[in-house]
Design a protein around this ligand. Structure first.
Ligand code: PHE
Length: 343
């Protein structure tokens, strides 16, 4: 009987080792450990043994039973690991393979226009400067010839954060910052694109919008330099056939000040709905830097003059690409952006 028990143990171990799945293991469990199995039927034979043999027989039975049970458990775990390994292998992704992806974004039209305008001015020897969006009253107004309580502050309904800080209402404070950084020594030739903020809301105005500021300071700068510069810009941006005209205007930090119109690119100047039948479209404000501003920012007005201009980024984009509503710039509709993606 003892021999048979050892035989069964050996046979069980072999079969467990070669089992290929859980189902087979379950069958082996029944075959070797169920109450009616051959091995377990030996338990009933305990009674037939001499009392002094019973203890060692019981021990043998328990140890064989335990060993078989353990082997089955071990095998079950091994099979589980193996399954997982197989699954992982099957799910491996080869990240070096080329892939198809049609969900590419597109450069935002706002940035596209900033880049185009920047390229034009960089081509004329300008440098790009940036300024903070949360600005001091001092730069946004005072150094631009708009003292506290000056009525010109009402030209723009500004967002103040506290007594001295506001969301800049224009990119013009960058003029003051750059001039001050030069300690009264020219030349300066910069543009400064960025966000500006005013209380304003309709189809063509938003409380947040972009401007590109331009500033040139040097000796012998005159209004004709401004005219020539803007003419070149407009032709590059809107087409060789465009011409410009200047109308007198008012800005506190320029004198004289002008509004600049371009001849309508829709009708060529004959008059249409885009130009409100005038043949001209207003695109920017400009002027000669006011002597007060030059002085406050450390420049000798006997030696230096300059011009400045400010152009709305969305305005240029809307005219150039025929966009009807400024809010299209901020609603993040990829279909809108992709229309202009020609790169
Ligand atoms: N800062 C003016 C505005 O926001 C534009 C401007 C800039 C005018 C520079 C003249 C010179 O309306």
């Amino acid at each position: 009987m003892i021999n048979r028990i050892h035989e069964i143990e050996k046979e069980a171990e072999e079969k467990i080792a070669s089992a290929e799945n859980n189902e087979e293991l379950s069958k082996l469990q029944v075959l070797y450990l169920a109450k009616k199995s051959e091995l377990m039927s030996f338990m009933a034979k305990m009674r037939e043994l001499k009392p002094e043999e019973r203890a060692s027989f019981g021990e043998l039975m328990n140890s064989v039973k335990g060993k078989i049970q353990n082997k089955i458990e071990e095998k079950r775990n091994a099979l589980k690991d193996h399954e997982l390994e197989k699954k992982l292998k099957k799910e491996t992704i080869d990240i070096t393979l080329p892939y198809e992806n049609d969900s590419r974004g597109a450069k935002h039209l706002f940035q596209r226009v900033v880049d185009e305008v920047s390229d034009i001015f960089i081509g004329m020897g300008y440098q790009i400067e940036e300024g903070p969006e949360v600005e001091l009253d001092h730069y946004n107004f005072e150094l631009l010839n708009v003292p506290k309580d000056h009525p010109a502050r009402d030209m723009q309904d500004s967002f103040f954060i506290d007594e001295t800080h506001l969301m800049r209402s224009q990119t013009s404070p960058v003029q003051a910052r750059v001039m001050l950084s030069k300690n009264g020594v020219g030349p300066i030739k910069i543009i400064s694109p960025g966000k500006t903020f005013r209380r304003d809301e309709d189809a063509t105005h938003s409380h947040q919008f972009g401007q590109i500021e331009g500033l040139v300071i040097d000796e012998h700068i005159s209004m004709s330099d401004l005219l020539g510069t803007l003419e070149l810009f407009v032709k590059k941006m809107f087409g060789e056939k465009r011409s410009i005209r200047m109308r007198p205007s008012y800005f506190p930090f320029t004198e004289p000040s002008v509004e600049v119109d371009i001849s309508c690119f829709e009708c060529g100047g004959k008059g249409c709905s885009l130009c409100k039948h005038s043949g001209w479209i207003e695109i920017l404000g400009a002027g000669m830097v006011h002597p007060n501003v030059l002085r406050m920012c450390g420049f000798d007005t006997n030696k230096y003059q300059g011009f400045a201009f400010g152009v709305g980024i969305e305005r240029v984009a809307m005219l150039r690409y025929g966009i009807d509503d400024i809010r299209r710039f901020y609603t993040n509709d990829l279909r809108f952006n992709k229309q202009f993606d020609k790169e």
